[in-house]
Ligand binder design. Structure first.
Ligand SMILES: Cc1cc2nc3c(=O)[nH]c(=O)nc-3n(C[C@H](O)[C@H](O)[C@H](O)COP(=O)(O)O)c2cc1C
Length: 368
């Protein structure tokens, strides 16, 4: 197996200097302890994966209002910051880099999580179809959310600023704004969830406004070279879809260009793979990469071969890898040498302890 693959060459993403182009994708593991503080086991879990060029943390809620799943860690209290510090230190000690993914789930939350016991918030009072997971891991139908007022939208932007500042205190190398997968920012972008008739709804400019305000505010805290943005133009996650993804997402890519961000991160299944986009929506990565003008990170069902293909065909500068990194702490070495991969255990993706978290063996451990 050749090692001249582009995957193993360094790349600079703004201020972040990556040793290779294989990034650990953000993976919610629902193992946080009391106070939505990351589990101490996460010190080992993340540092085991520090040979990736960059680690993107599991999604971390920016406020209590932003939470919508059980045992997900936050990044807004002092105790949470103290919980993250030994994690970022351990990753750095192993030569890795780590950014915090900043998250507000919007209408995917249900009243059981909300500080006021009311419904979750969203651009418009439209319920997603499907089910939410309650704090006790049981399922419940999505509730009809409450539409945010313009003043409240500014309050959420302030929550992003606070979380970005807390991520700095926690020792992260930067932040990723989670604007994908049907959560709050994606709900603003897509007309299936955003029916507002004010400056935050309607035209592509108006639907992109909230994202761009969040990005501008977070860039003030971190500098553009340490901020990335994650988008999912058309995977339909959490029942959030746009009737015509190309115009809004090409507008967003172009509008993000002047910031000079570290990277744009796109979830877009490769054609013909199980992750490929539903409903025959156009593949936008190549066009968005051109409109954005900076490094484009591609994600979604990528094997080593598909990752290299996406890079050589001009759709990506680097890739992020989710489930294979979850199950293979040394995925970079395994891809480099063409070794077999551990199989992921879906039953232990969410919740629990060390099983399925820190006990996936490395190649060396398998051979020993
Ligand atoms: C267990 C699990 C948890 C996930 N949590 C997050 C998350 O916190 N934030 C996010 O943006 N995406 C999340 N995703 C999506 C992944 O980042 C990624 O987009 C998806 O797994 C497809 O990439 P892959 O085929 O390389 O795994 C999650 C996926 C899985 C399987």
């Amino acid at each position: 197996m050749t090692t001249s693959s582009p995957l193993f060459t360094p790349i600079d993403l703004g201020a972040l200097k990556l040793k290779n182009r294989i990034v650990m994708a953000p993976l919610t593991r629902s193992r946080a302890v009391e106070g939505e503080v990351p589990t101490p086991l996460a010190i080992e879990y993340y540092s085991q994966r520090a040979s990736t060029g960059l680690i993107i943390s599991e999604a971390t809620q920016i406020s209590r209002q932003g939470q919508g799943y059980p045992a997900t860690p936050g990044i807004f209290t002092d105790a949470q910051v103290e919980g993250w510090k030994p994690i970022t230190e351990a990753v750095h000690a192993k030569g890795g880099l780590m950014v915090a993914q900043l998250w507000h789930v919007g209408r995917v939350s249900v009243s059981a999580y909300q500080p006021d016991g009311g419904p979750g918030v969203a651009p418009s009072a439209i319920a997603a179809k499907g089910e939410a997971m309650k704090p006790d891991f049981s399922m419940t139908p999505f509730e009809t959310p409450r539409a945010l007022t313009v003043d409240e939208i500014q309050g959420v932007v302030a929550d992003y600023v606070h979380a970005a500042e807390m991520a700095k205190k926690a020792g992260f190398d930067g932040v990723e704004v989670h604007a994908a997968n049907g959560y709050l920012i994606d709900q603003f972008l897509k007309d299936g969830a955003n029916q507002r008739d004010d400056q935050y709804g309607g035209s592509v400019e108006n639907r992109a406004r909230f994202l761009l305000e969040v990005v501008a505010a977070v860039v003030e805290v971190w500098g553009a070279g340490r901020v990335g943005v994650r988008l999912s133009p058309s995977n339909g996650a959490n029942d959030t879809m746009d009737s015509d993804p190309a115009p809004i997402f090409l507008h967003v890519a172009a509008a993000l260009k002047p910031f000079g961000l570290a990277y744009l991160h796109l979830i877009e299944g490769e054609p013909g793979t199980p992750m490929s986009i539903k409903g025959g929506a156009p593949q936008l990565a190549a066009q968005m990469r051109e409109a954005f003008g900076g490094p484009l990170m591609l994600n979604g069902g990528l094997t080593r071969e598909l990752a290299e293909k996406a890079m050589t065909e001009g759709r990506a500068d680097l890739v992020s890898i989710g489930v294979p990194v979850l199950a293979n702490p040394d995925l970079v070495e395994r891809w480099r040498t063409g070794a077999e991969l551990n199989a992921p255990d879906k039953d232990t993706f969410y919740g629990g302890g060390a099983k399925g978290y820190t006990d996936y063996p490395t190649l060396a451990e398998t051979k020993a």
